[in-house]
Design a protein around this ligand. Structure first.
Ligand SMILES: [Zn+2]
Length: 121
């Protein structure tokens, strides 16, 4: 899994997450136990492990355009974690590349198809 994120921004997210208390025992998460699992646009997903009780959880953080963060914490079930690991290894980067490609693509597919139609041999 590659995390080539802007380190400043991911640290910001980690600090946010570090203000959250473990749902199980109420201990705050520590920076060292928070890893950014996924980042796409304004959505960040952090994987956390509680130092006190070992509970694993996922934290969803949304950062709106004006910079206001909204953090949703939740426990992750073992099934979810497994799904999540599967997703990560499947290559979120590939999906992101496609996403970026489409975003950067200037023309639209409709005109592309019309152009193709217009070609008479
Ligand atoms: Zn805990």
């Amino acid at each position: 899994m590659s995390t080539q994120e802007n380190s400043g921004q991911s640290l910001f997210i980690k600090r946010l997450v570090a203000n959250i208390e473990c749902a199980n025992c109420g201990t705050r998460y520590e920076l060292g136990n928070i890893s950014i699992a996924h980042h796409r646009d304004d959505l960040w997903i952090a994987f956390v492990v509680c130092v006190q009780c070992g509970t694993e959880g996922l934290i969803f953080a949304m950062v709106s355009e004006d910079g206001t963060p909204e953090v949703i914490s939740r426990d992750a079930s073992p099934e979810e974690l497994r799904e999540f690991e599967k997703l990560s290894t499947l290559g979120i980067d590939d999906v992101l590349d496609m996403h970026r490609f489409l975003e950067g693509y200037d023309g639209d597919l409709v005109s592309l198809l019309h152009e193709a139609d217009a070609y008479e041999p």
